[in-house]
Design a protein around this ligand. Structure first.
Ligand SMILES: *Cc1c(COP(=O)(O)O)cnc(C)c1O
Length: 461
């Protein structure tokens, strides 16, 4: 039986002669690539036939290959409307850039530029100079460097400052940041040895003090990005830990994660430690991301003492982790917003954080009205995401959609994702929720249309 069926599998040449595939070849697609795709598809069909499936016709194989080829040609990543209310959504690309930052990245990629050239003397310059100057002004650091991402900045920092020696970390901070990124593992990769002090809930400055030896290269404080320790707890202030470092001539490194250059507390949520505060409190080197609360491109920034930054710049890993021109151009523009004082208006992340409840409520009302009687407005909250103030919520007003007519909330969420543009929504208590905080206001009408389309059933058509 199976042998007969296998004999009925189409031949490669038959598939190539089918109109769907012939059209691809006529368009100019490479014959060898299309032929391999056809072979692969037939091999899959062969395996399925062995498992008892009927063999496909040459026409079916041709159609599959044409469809897969066209799909892989579509723009990637696909633009989506983020209706989750999570501002720094890692799966959706974290921070959207300001229009000026986008233009700067596009301009940097268009032609040649002074990325590493000093126009005055015609000599080689540093790709980090411009960004470092702004970071010095904004944070009070003596110098700074920007690399691929914050995990990279930490790896570089630990390798340059502490390889072969010891780094003291509180047990309460030797954590996993996410996606398998664990502080103890980064330390191992950097070549430094981890010395844990204190307990998971209580650590004192004296714990650091007692652990300092001739082998100590640095003290490391890691911001608790994605968890909170509550109850019977103690952690020493940064000032007290820095004092231990100063007394023993050991630098204090501080991984901040988010890098808020504005005060989050003005929006009724907790205060996220700012790089300038950490440095003022005595940290010698701070690490933070470019695409979290900074609101710029993916990058990892290390700012602080000039001799430490110089060690980072000179380390071979700096080359391996270096940021490219698109990133540096966008980062430079993003930092300029803070210097000019228009970050709150121009940087999307801060616009979303600062959106008032009245404004969100009014937008939700209009969107719900457009969707129709299955939509209502409810109280809810948005989150910063991306490991910033994990337990804090920004009060919001949300559009809640009754999905019973289309088979429940999971089905409605699936339809929203499959729509054009795709909408990523939130499901809570059997309701599908749309949070307008993470939707640019000029796209509200589009969101309402997508939701209406997702709710339409055969009966409506
Ligand atoms: C997010 C985060 C990191 C990693 O930053 P990436 O830019 O994602 O590499 C490291 N440390 C802390 C505390 C973080 O919150």
């Amino acid at each position: 039986m199976v042998e007969n069926a296998l004999r009925n599998l189409p031949a490669v040449s038959d598939v190539l002669a089918q109109p769907a595939v012939a059209a691809l070849l006529a368009e100019g697609y490479r014959q060898d690539i299309i032929t391999s795709a056809v072979r692969e598809r037939i091999a899959e069909a062969r395996a399925a036939v062995v498992d008892g499936t009927a063999p496909p016709t040459a026409e079916e194989v041709a159609r599959d290959v044409a469809k897969a080829t066209q799909q892989s040609e579509a723009d990637w990543p696909v633009h989506v409307l983020n209706a989750t209310g999570v501002i720094l959504h890692t799966n959706l690309g974290r921070a959207p850039l300001s229009p000026e930052s986008i233009r700067a990245a596009a301009a940097a990629s268009e032609g040649y530029s002074t990325l590493e050239l000093d126009l005055e003397d015609g000599k080689r310059g540093s790709r980090y100079g411009a960004v470092a100057r702004l970071l010095r002004q904004l944070t009070g650091a003596e110098d700074a460097i920007a690399v691929n991402n914050n995990a990279g900045a930490m790896l570089l920092g630990l390798a340059a400052v502490a390889a072969g020696r010891e780094v003291i970390v509180s047990r309460g901070e030797a954590s996993e940041i996410g996606g398998g990124f664990r502080i103890p593992d980064v330390l191992v990769q950097s070549g430094a040895r981890l010395v844990e002090v204190g307990t998971v809930n209580r650590t004192y400055a004296t714990d650091y003090e007692r652990a300092v030896t001739e082998q100590t290269a640095a003290l490391l404080v890691v911001h608790r990005s994605n968890f909170r320790v509550t109850g019977f707890t103690h952690e020493p202030s940064l000032v007290d830990i820095a004092a231990v470092g100063t007394a023993h001539g050991v630098p204090l490194l501080h991984d901040l994660g988010s890098g808020a250059l504005l005060d989050t507390a003005q929006f009724g949520i907790g205060h996220e430690t700012m790089p300038q505060e950490s440095l003022a409190a005595g940290a010698d080197l701070v690490f933070f991301s470019g695409d979290k609360l900074l609101g710029g491109p993916q990058a990892g920034l290390a700012a602080g003492r000039a001799d430490l930054v110089a060690a980072l710049r000179a380390h071979p890993l700096a080359r391996a982790l270096r940021a490219d021109k698109l990133t540096l151009a966008a980062l430079h523009r993003t930092l300029l917003h803070y210097i000019r004082g228009d970050a709150m208006q121009q940087i999307p992340v801060w616009r979303m954080i600062s959106a008032s409840q009245e404004e969100l409520s009014e937008r939700a009302r209009v969107v719900a009205e457009r969707i129709g009687d299955r939509a209502t407005i409810v109280d809810g909250s948005s989150r910063l995401g991306g490991g910033s103030l994990p337990t804090d919520e920004l009060p919001s007003r949300l559009v809640s959609i009754d999905a019973s007519s289309v088979g429940g909330p999971d089905e409605l969420a699936r339809r929203l994702r499959a729509g054009s543009p795709p909408v990523v929504a939130r499901i809570e208590d059997e309701r599908v929720l749309l949070d307008l905080r993470t939707i640019p206001s000029e796209r509200d009408a589009e969101l309402a249309r997508a939701a209406s389309a997702a709710l339409a059933t055969a009966a409506d058509a």
